[in-house]
Design a protein around this ligand. Sequence first.
Ligand code: 13P
Ligand code: SF4
Length: 343
Amino acid sequence: MSLPMVQTPSAKSGSATIAPLMLENIPALQDEVRALAAERGAVILAHNYQLPEIQDVADYVGDSLGLSQQAAATDAETIVFCGVHFMAETASVLSPEKTILIPDADAGCSLADSITAEQLRGWKAKHPGAIVVMYVNTTAEVKAETDYCVTSSNAVAVVEHILREHGPDTEILFGPDMFLGAYVEKRIGRALHVWDGECHVHAGIRPGDISAVRDAHPGADFLIHPECGCSTSVMEYVAAGDVDAGGVHMLSTGGMLTYAREHGEQDGPVIVATETGMLHPLREAAPDVDFIAANERASCRYMKMITLPRLRDSLRDGRTEVRVPVAIAERARVPIERMVAIS
Ligand code: 13P
Ligand code: SF4
């Protein structure tokens, strides 16, 4: 049996098509990966959206915040980042003395691409004195222009902290994800200036998907990532009383895992609105719960560019190294460390 082939968006890495991986080859490749990691003194960090066979071979699997914390805390000389490029950059910013490798340097992020440092400088110029809050899904250059970073697990807490520290009327520029921005606005009960960026995968989980799964599974709990295009409408359903607020959980991927660990005995299905890679760790955490994707096509092709053969090659050949230039890294570290201190 073979796994699906993934088309990469560019051939820059010299591998435009990922060859199918035979399931029977997975254990041997995983052994090779573990042996090479031990030889190199490397720790393997993987995001919750990675392919199951990558998650299963990693030292740590988690959400963006957890991965940043692991990257900052590890004693390993080398970090191999199974995730997308901005995550490897964040590890380089937090651990500049370490070697950071990414198995495919073309693993980008449509959300991080939705704002450049130049665009942010232009936005700041129109709002002098405003505090800049950016999702970690941004390049290091954008972070260098930022006051506070956030992830989906701490965005509300970080903005509340800013309002306490700088005053309730503080002007805030929030970006780049508009759905996360709308969610934070709703939670804190006031407006922010919100950039109109989006993640193509989460934005594609539309209100119509939620209506369809609601009809098919009435009464099911919803786990919704706040980047989703359906998140605003679900908040509206809750406000209108169409959906029971008790069954709706707006969560980061790490928060979804905590839910799974705490609801192992859950009766009936649970609907999951996020990238479908998340179903693997959820099912591992709560094997008896029937987790259902809100949209089965919500797969991030960038996350899926990290394959076992590429991870093996990366460890064997020491590539591709991600190193953020010192001048950028020093400035980008400030908003990340502020976020980690608040979380
Ligand atoms: P979290 O893991 O922080 O929830 O982020 C989701 C995401 O889209 C990462 O690319
Ligand atoms: Fe970026 Fe969206 Fe993919 Fe996450 S799922 S890496 S936000 S494109």
